[in-house]
Design a protein. Structure first.
Length: 356
């Protein structure tokens, strides 16, 4: 445990939002902080981002930097929808559970949530709500929104995303991907960002930078030019148009250059895998007791059930969140800068607490 002027810093397995800024991203911000440049995206740093986005995601990709993930999702979905349209999404999706009602309150968006076992939608699950076109008494399903990585830490395969895209495109709907952790998914799948999005039929992507080494940078990336008309105007009235956009753009360009975002995500995923393997080994040899895994670990999060009282004792030295307190389920999250030492010390504490 490290002491700083703002108090002791506990090793953090609560959220990848808690990590600092990657040095390359911080250097990019510093480099952009030279001289005066036109505001609202009319600067060379944003133009460089536009070019880099086309190189990474495909020649038709158009990037719109925004201020946060909720803003990215609301801006993307509102521009993809007609006023009478609705969004089908997993009941566990961030837009349904963790955005303070922003899609409904700010975006005026009707959500049609579908329960899932693992956070992933399938064509069959989508069809539970994909009906009623032409019925004036029912909101019209127009967009499907999936999360990659899902809120339960699961990852859609490329074939699964393509199957969803084909299924809903045949019905005249569009596919939005909440990619707050899209780099973690691409790293887990061993594919490029284009292969994980454009090439499998995603129409609009909310690209996450903050969880992956940025200070404050997200983006809406339109992959299908016809999918989100008027997004520039929506970004302004939804309060997501940054005046000093060069600083957002510089961060995003850094993450998209030399696979920095993928490398950061790969590091986070590797630490989560190390944590799971060590806990599983402890469960096997009896040094860790009463712990159970709730989901497979595909990216940088683990969902675990702990013995009674164990979470409180562990939180004396390590930070992490309850996921379902009634069932003693917690979430452990690794970041791009999580170290092996932190993981090993956490596992040793888990063993001490659960076997004592």
């Amino acid at each position: 445990m490290t002491a700083h002027s703002h108090g002791p810093l506990l090793p953090n397995f609560a959220s990848d939002n808690a990590a600092g800024i990657h040095p390359d991203v911080l250097a990019a911000i510093t480099a952009a902080n030279e001289g005066h440049h036109p505001a609202y995206g009319h600067d060379p740093y944003t133009e460089k981002l536009r070019q880099r986005t086309r190189e990474v995601f495909g020649e038709h990709a158009v990037v719109h930097p925004v201020l946060n993930g909720t803003g990215a999702n609301v801006t993307a979905l509102q521009t993809m929808l007609p006023r009478w349209g609705a969004v089908i999404t997993a009941a566990s999706a961030h837009i349904n559970t963790d955005e303070g009602g922003a899609p409904e309150r700010t975006g005026g968006i009707k959500l049609l949530p579908v329960p899932t076992a693992d956070g992933k939608l399938t064509p069959e699950l989508i069809d539970r709500e994909a009906w009623g076109w032409g019925n004036v008494h029912r909101t019209q399903p127009a967009v499907v929104s999936i999360t990659q990585v899902t809120e339960l830490g699961t990852v859609y395969s490329l074939d699964e995303v393509r199957a969803l895209a084909d299924h809903i495109h045949d019905r005249g709907m569009l596919l939005h991907m909440d990619g707050a952790r899209i780099c973690n998914a691409a790293a887990a799948l061993g594919v490029t960002l284009r292969e994980a999005t454009t090439d499998v039929g995603v129409d609009v992507l909310s690209y996450g930078g903050t969880k992956n080494g940025a200070m404050l940078a997200e983006a809406v990336i339109v992959l299908n030019p016809d999918a989100a008309p008027g997004l520039d105007y929506a970004r302004k009235y939804l309060m997501q148009l940054a005046s000093k956009m060069r600083f957002l753009s510089a961060q995003l360009t850094a993450l998209l250059t030399d696979d920095l975002g993928i490398r950061n995500a790969r590091a986070a995923n590797a630490m989560a895998a190390r944590l799971r393997e060590a806990v599983a080994a402890g469960m096997a040899d009896g040094s860790i007791r009463g712990v159970g895994f709730n989901q497979p670990t595909r990216a940088n999060s683990l969902f675990v059930t702990l013995p009674a009282g164990a979470a409180e004792r562990l939180r004396e030295r390590f930070r992490f969140y309850d996921w379902d307190a009634a069932h003693r389920q917690v979430r452990w999250m690794c970041s791009f800068d999580t170290t092996r030492q932190e993981v090993d010390e956490f596992v040793a504490e888990i063993a001490r607490v659960t076997s004592g």
